[in-house]
Design a protein around this ligand. Structure first.
Ligand code: SAH
Ligand code: DHB
Ligand code: MG
Length: 224
């Protein structure tokens, strides 16, 4: 099994089931042209996020880590009229690219993009009583995953879904001796998820155009 094969299969799946429209295509083109790293979710993963938000009947979504707004577009398109998505991005350049991409997708009124470190903006979101969120997608700096998960719990309700990207990292997650703060952040997240009685959680490994990684999903089953 090779990366080439995973990419070919992802392309097949995407062509069949997660076709791109102009706004999604242009979001990736503009992100690339602006020099953003190509670390957005794959198209079929974006569609998966979209379906999860639909399953949740989500009207209020929180995303941590916007980049060029590619996953934001997939998620926001699952919202009914009047639904809202708050997305948090630290890098002003990424935010600028995302704003243009969201505008082209017709989502400027739906998406509230907040620039700043998420650990600074999350308390403001809480103070503004913007929650509870029906879906939270955590996809920023991995070392802060434990903090983001605690915030997600504060900002959700029983029945909400918390999704965390990149919880396998090419298999590095099983290295208990890793000194990489991102791996340590992911491992601390698992420990937190395992010990948290208010959620029921799993994680799934994935291969595809974005390599070998995975995501975790925590359903809030108790009052957060
Ligand atoms: N969700 C996007 C990809 C996000 S990449 C998609 O799939 O399309 C991770 C993003 O998190 C980057 O844009 C990075 O600038 C941002 N980020 C990193 N640390 C952050 C922090 N402390 N607060 C907010 N955003 C952060
Ligand atoms: C990285 C971040 C991501 O969110 C991702 O999906 C893939 C890679 C990274 O920081 O390398
Ligand atoms: Mg990611």
């Amino acid at each position: 099994m090779s990366q080439q094969q995973w990419t070919a299969v992802d392309r097949y799946i995407t062509d069949q089931l997660a076709p791109h429209d102009e706004a999604l295509e242009e979001a990736l083109r503009a992100s690339d042209a602006a020099g953003l790293p190509p670390i957005h979710v794959a198209p079929n993963q974006g569609k998966f996020l979209h379906l999860l938000a639909l399953l949740q009947g989500a009207r209020n979504i929180l995303e941590v880590g916007t980049l060029g707004g590619y996953s934001t577009i997939w998620l926001a398109r699952a919202l009914p009229p009047g639904g809202r998505l708050v997305t948090l991005e630290m890098d002003p350049k990424h935010a600028e690219v995302a704003r243009a991409n969201l505008a082209r997708a017709g989502l400027s009124e739906v998406v509230d993009l907040r620039v700043g470190r998420a650990l600074d903006t999350l308390p403001l979101i809480a103070a503004e009583k913007r929650g509870p969120f029906d879906v939270v997608f955590i996809d920023a700096d991995k070392r802060s995953n434990p903090d983001y998960f605690q915030w997600a719990l504060k900002l959700t309700r029983k029945g909400s879904l918390i999704i965390i990207d990149n919880v396998v990292r090419n298999g590095a997650v099983v290295d208990a001796t890793s000194t990489d703060p991102n791996i340590q952040g992911v491992r601390r997240l698992y420990e937190m998820l395992a010990a948290e009685p208010r959620v029921s959680t799993t994680a799934v490994q994935t291969v595809g155009s974005k390599g070998y990684d995975g995501f975790a999903m925590a359903l809030v089953t108790g009052d957060a």
